[in-house]
Design a protein around this ligand. Sequence first.
Ligand SMILES: Cc1ncc(COP(=O)(O)O)c(C=O)c1O
Length: 430
Amino acid sequence: MAKRTAAEKRLLEKAAKYLPGASLGNVFQKPEEAFLIARGKGSHVWDVSGNEYIDFLLGSGPELLGHSHPAVNDAVRAVLDDGATFFHTNEKSVLLAEEICKAVPCAERVRFFSAGSEATFHAMRVCRAYRKRDKVLKFEGGYHGTSDYGWVSINPANPPPLPQPVPESAGMPKAAVDLVLVAPFNDLEATNAIIGKHHNDLACVIVEPLQRIIPPVPGFLKGLREISSHYHIPLIFDEVVTGFRLAYGGGQEYYGVTPDLCTMAKAIGGGFPLSAVAGCAEIMDYYDPNAVAKSDYVYTVGTLSGNPIACAAGLATLKVLKKKGAYERLHAVGSRLRSELSRILTEAEIPNQVVGEDTCFDVYFQETPVTTYRSTLKADKAMLNKYNAAMLQNGVIKGGQKYYVSLAHTDEDVERTIKAFKAVAEALRG
Ligand SMILES: Cc1ncc(COP(=O)(O)O)c(C=O)c1O
């Protein structure tokens, strides 16, 4: 266990006193294992006591270039003296919207927000206005943030027959949850049956093209595109994670299927609070009071929406990602890590399924292949917890079930992480 300085212990006591669960709500730690992050640089973070970690959490994804990237910091410094926020439409937000429209296949217009949850909420709302219907279809195991429509059937322990929704938090109105239908990701036949039965009520279908870390099986996204087009139900790709991560054009470029709308966050703000809905003009124009009837207009307003500092950070991030070789490097690093993880666990005779794409992956501790949410229910969760704790002890910080790869991870980081895989596999076997 890493040593804690008196200064960090004092801060941890304050955290326990002033923050519910001593937490921001994102990560909860046992008091005896708790630590606070003080700073990050490149692919590494340091806790308040000065212990260093290789970081595959990356702020839960946004730090695709690594922490404190010089190009991002320079861009932010350059605009800081010009004011922090305006509410008014600003120069940087227009330039970022232009770049997103050039990069992302479905994007003809962009509406900015601050958080991913806000973007998915507003994407679903604009579809309701467009189709004049209330229900949305999401997929079991899919994550779309914390709105009353998104926070449904993400991790149900005893999933009911589909399309029945399961609220994932106390305090969610039943009336809102009942507007959500749930389908099995990667099961096109069952999904088509649900859509076929309920198409007259559906305002939209929302899906993560890479669901958490489960890739779409061949033909699934294409089939979803076909049936949603057939019934004229808008298809939303939630690209909060996959946008600019899987490819410059996101999951829709990577998997070759274009939705009507997409949501983005994380990478587009370069670590600053920024999210967006982007998509075809026909639907996006419902956000324009001059383009549609007053009764069709979808109101969105956010004090910090399109914040110029976040947009400047985003523009600088995209400029780096656009450089030749950026995605080749990201994929090469992730590809080596995930193949080594799988090899090392298999050699240690630990049942494992390493799942995901090169830039975003992890392991399920189970013998059987992972394709749907329900196929993961038998995974050994106690083993996952032990493995996460052991990785941390070996100086690697990661999400609960996700490695995010960055452009800042060096070959040395990769070798050190592989060494950690070996030490952890030994510990898990023992
Ligand atoms: C796919 C997806 N959608 C939406 C969200 C919500 O984003 P935020 O946490 O910024 O509200 C997340 C967050 O991780 C996400 O992974």
